[in-house]
Design a protein around this ligand. Structure first.
Ligand code: PEP
Ligand code: MN
Length: 277
């Protein structure tokens, strides 16, 4: 039996709702996960986390381990990055979302992460998925660059099969023949995945677009099509960012952006999941 495929339905009242660090995820709850692409410094992380808390984001994101296209690019601060995320969590109370790339880091990442992110490039790293399943820590599974929805759902099964029920699926853009933007955001995946599985579906407009100016409209579209949340990149100084600078929203623009997203989510029948319950 496919664990993730039970109760698939577009009716929000019949979908899975998880409690993650006191936040409700899925169903009639809209989750906004925001923060920089990568952990760069103490100041950058604490400034960002404070701003996300004030604006009303649900969770805070930041990568300590980064899957970079070039092995010569910055690979993340590693352990030091995890330590800074722990400090941000202690200070703001925001749950932490951070990427795990290597099974050898599972314990260290689980100590800090309320949600483990599996990057698009690791969607079919089955030993990593099984290990995350055994860890019991909730996970966001990002769709691979050229993965079908069926492949995404089957990859989620590797986590679910180990008894870890808290898996969120994430559409982050796929590779198509269109070169005018970084990836093609497949928003049709949201309602179709909802027919295939009961799991919450979130959208990453930042990595799909690769450009800040496209992020607000893609986010509104994601909320309108019924996504259960958004994971979006925000940075205090995007022009100085070590990676993904051009796509990261500016901190000062985030409150107005979030207000708009919240309005559309409400129109789609969802409430922003912010305050701890
Ligand atoms: C990220 O979230 O910073 C990231 C690298 O995403 P993806 O795996 O979707 O490219
Ligand atoms: Mn990024």
């Amino acid at each position: 039996m496919m664990i993730g495929m039970k109760q698939g339905s577009n009716d929000e009242r019949h979908r899975a709702v998880f409690d993650i660090a006191g936040r409700k995820v899925g169903g009639e709850h809209f989750t906004v996960i925001a923060g920089p692409c990568t952990v760069e410094s103490r100041d950058q992380i604490l400034t960002s986390a404070d701003a996300m808390l004030t604006a009303g984001a649900t969770m805070f994101r930041g990568g300590a381990y980064k899957p970079r296209t070039s092995p010569y690019s910055f690979q993340g601060l590693g352990q030091e990055g995890l330590r800074l995320l722990a400090e941000a969590k202690e200070r703001t109370g925001l749950p932490i979302v951070t990427e795990l790339m290597d099974v050898r880091d599972v314990e260290a990442v689980c100590e800090v992460a309320d949600v483990i992110q599996v990057g698009a490039r690791n969607m079919q790293n089955y030993t990593l998925l099984s290990e995350i399943g055994r860890s019991g820590t909730p996970a966001i599974l990002k769709r691979g660059l050229s993965a079908t929805l069926e492949e995404l759902v089957m990859a989620a099964e590797y986590i679910l099969k180990e008894g870890n029920e808290k898996v969120l699926l994430c559409e982050r853009g796929i590779r198509t023949y269109e070169p005018a933007y970084r990836f093609t955001l497949d928003l049709m995946a949201v309602p179709v995945l909802k027919e295939m599985t009961h799991l919450p579906i979130i959208v990453d407009p930042s990595h799909a677009a690769g450009r800040r100016d496209l992020v607000p409209s893609l986010s509104l579209a994601a909320a309108a099509v019924g996504a259960d949340g958004i994971i979006v990149e925000v940075h205090p100084e995007p022009d100085e960012a070590i990676c993904d600078g051009p796509q990261q929203l500016r901190l000062e623009d985030f409150p107005a952006y979030l207000e708009q997203v919240e309005r559309v989510a409400q129109a789609a029948g969802k409430q922003l999941s912010a305050a701890a319950v």
